[in-house]
Design a binder for this molecule. Sequence first.
Ligand SMILES: Cc1cc2nc3c(=O)[nH]c(=O)nc-3n(C[C@H](O)[C@H](O)[C@H](O)COP(=O)(O)OP(=O)(O)OC[C@H]3O[C@@H](n4cnc5c(N)ncnc54)[C@H](O)[C@@H]3O)c2cc1C
Ligand SMILES: NC(=O)c1ccc[n+]([C@@H]2O[C@H](COP(=O)([O-])OP(=O)(O)OC[C@H]3O[C@@H](n4cnc5c(N)ncnc54)[C@H](OP(=O)(O)O)[C@@H]3O)[C@@H](O)[C@H]2O)c1
Length: 454
Amino acid sequence: MAVDDHQATRLVAVVGAGPAGLFAARELANEGVYVVLFNRDIKPGGLAEYGIYPDKHKMKEGLRAQFRQILDHPRIDYCGNVTIGQNGDFTLDELCQMGFQAVLVTAGAQGTKWLGLPGEDLSGVYHAKDLVYHYNRLPPFSEQEFAIGRLVAVVGVGNVMMDITHFLIDRKKVDEVIAVARRGPAEAKYDRKELETVAAHIDLAALQAEIDRCAPLMRSLGQDPAQPVALVQSALQKAERLNSPSRFTMQFLSSPTRILGDEHGKVVGLEVEDNTLVLNQNGETKARGLGTHRILDVDTVIFAIGDRVDEAFGLPLKGNEFYKDPEPRFPIEGNSYEVYDPKVGCRMETIFLAGWSRQASTGLVGIARKDGTNGAHAVHNYLQTLPAPEKIDLTPLRWRLEKLGKPVIKRSDLIRLEEIEQKRAKEVGLVEFKFASNKEMLEAIQADLEKAGD
Ligand SMILES: Cc1cc2nc3c(=O)[nH]c(=O)nc-3n(C[C@H](O)[C@H](O)[C@H](O)COP(=O)(O)OP(=O)(O)OC[C@H]3O[C@@H](n4cnc5c(N)ncnc54)[C@H](O)[C@@H]3O)c2cc1C
Ligand SMILES: NC(=O)c1ccc[n+]([C@@H]2O[C@H](COP(=O)([O-])OP(=O)(O)OC[C@H]3O[C@@H](n4cnc5c(N)ncnc54)[C@H](OP(=O)(O)O)[C@@H]3O)[C@@H](O)[C@H]2O)c1
């Protein structure tokens, strides 16, 4: 912990050091607030560090440079390896008791969304987030085994599906990836840039046949079947063939209904129901089952259908998200950053939300950054309504952190860790090296501290 509070008169906890939390912390600190940034992971960055595809070195390094600068702010105290929540190191109530005047929750969307299908517990069924965390080396996922077979169905057709497909083709060199979409080609959510990473592996004849199958329905809805093919053709111009024999296909208008297993509990197929599309009142297409089923011969199923917030965190839930106050006191750009407790029938005065904790699985880093900044403005507006500020007291927090009985990672520890990992990368001839476990990271920091005699 920093000893100096830099004359701050307000004390705010930001929970989660992903893009939303980091940019929120900077905004608040620039307003004169002393911010303690609690982060579950040892390293900051959230999905910018552990989600963005590993080979996007330039983008990741650019973001890390911005994050370093934020963490150097004299009024931001980084506390890594500290989890907040009902089952965490501190609860939200405990933070308030320690003197925090407001808490901004930017913990991302750490919960897992499942469809509740028979067979989801079979060996070979995974959620994309866990696999993404695994290949980006976030402990403890980095140390878990993922038994990926040869024929993989990825459910969902967003950019996460593209990243997973990239990994399956490039690193696992599977025989086939089948992306399964409940709606049609026109509703696919991936963008051209991400398509480029895998486009060279698309079986173009199979894709054309699939789009031809969907074409009458698409035309009846005013959609142009030529467009999704044109997108692939355009992506192909910049596509690189990966060193892999993998084939990539897509199945549209198909909703998973059951995962089939063998006598050893391993996946042997995915049953899907054929869909048609209907328009709802807002003019959006919705999938409607036709009652006919098919089996896709796959040995692995990965759900890339978005995430939900962590239900164990301790805030009231509404669907896949935390419950937002429908009548916020401090709306920013028409959005609510405040939490509502339906059981009590009122808002939770001091708790605010931003980033993927406010809107799960929504948007790129830039959107999370803007949302974090907006969340900070909502918190700042709330702080203006409090009685005249007094000098803040960090003693209760320091005492509680000492009592935790585990290392709390400071900014100076991060600098050490980064230097150690960079040195290791050079030694083994890699662009990047990451320790796979918290234990290794903590031991490396400790050893370096001892060496320096600190
Ligand atoms: C697979 C994938 C790839 C992506 N690729 C790109 C890309 O290429 N380009 C792009 O612009 N965007 C990309 N995105 C989107 C981008 O990563 C997100 O928009 C952004 O990271 C969301 O920021 P956030 O701060 O809200 O949440 P997160 O980034 O999830 O950060 C949450 C932080 O909270 C911490 N935390 C969680 N629970 C707790 C707790 N209980 N207590 C304390 N701390 C906690 C975590 O340790 C983490 O540091 C990708 C997303 C995914 C899923
Ligand atoms: N490289 C990048 O830039 C990058 C990489 C990864 C992620 N991201 C961003 O991160 C955010 C999250 O991405 P995402 O891919 O997880 O989400 P997404 O873009 O919302 O895509 C989710 C996919 O899952 C499907 N789905 C959702 N619920 C379903 C259900 N119940 N049954 C069947 N299918 C279902 C959706 O279909 P419907 O459309 O029918 O709902 C959609 O195809 C996005 O903003 C994305 O752009 C960016």
